[in-house]
Design a protein. Structure first.
Length: 179
């Protein structure tokens, strides 16, 4: 008795179909995502400047806050993240943060863990996975940083690996990027 033969041409067609389907699924789950152009980030900053300034003021006032986003808050008093009304952060204040983050089309905001009056940031872009996540943040810094660049668009074209850099918007406002 002979074994049934599988048509190899049909096998290759199935293999190619599955390979294309897996690649398509990969692109849907892990899209290739470029950071926003420097001009778009700056334009958004000026368009929503009062919201960025209010976020800065709130972050400087809320000394117990480390990070805030739609997933919740992390404070200096807690190790774990909580979503108000759970935890020790006021719900009304949390909702004000969320409204400002939505207005600026931002992902989240944070305070520097060193001297909190030194810097605060509003995360406007994040992409990647695990240890390879890239960020673009609009920051307010009390001091001028040493690692400044003239153009983020030029910075993105430099060879990797790169060190994080700042691009001045105006005054103490900067864009921080680690792409």
């Amino acid at each position: 008795m002979s074994k049934p033969r599988i048509n190899t041409k049909f096998g290759w067609i199935i293999f190619l179909f599955l390979a294309v389907a897996v690649c398509g699924l990969f692109v849907l789950v892990f899209p290739i995502n470029e950071p926003p152009k420097e001009s778009a980030v700056i334009q958004n900053f000026y368009k929503h400047r009062s919201a960025y300034e209010r976020l800065r003021d709130m972050l400087l006032e809320d000394r117990e806050l480390d990070r805030v986003a739609d997933w919740g808050v992390q404070t200096t008093n807690t190790v774990v993240t909580s979503k108000p009304p759970a935890g020790d952060f006021p719900l009304k204040r949390y909702n004000e943060y969320l409204a400002l983050l939505k207005e600026t089309d931002a992902v989240g905001a944070f305070r520097d863990r060193g001297d909190p009056s030194e810097s605060v940031g509003v995360l406007v872009y994040a992409s990647g996975w695990a240890g390879d996540t890239r960020h673009v943040t609009i920051c307010w810094l009390a001091r001028e940083p040493v690692n400044s660049v003239a153009s983020l668009d030029d910075f993105y074209r430099t060879p990797k690996p790169r060190s994080p850099v700042y691009k001045r918007i105006e005054g103490n406002w900067y864009i921080w990027a680690d792409w």
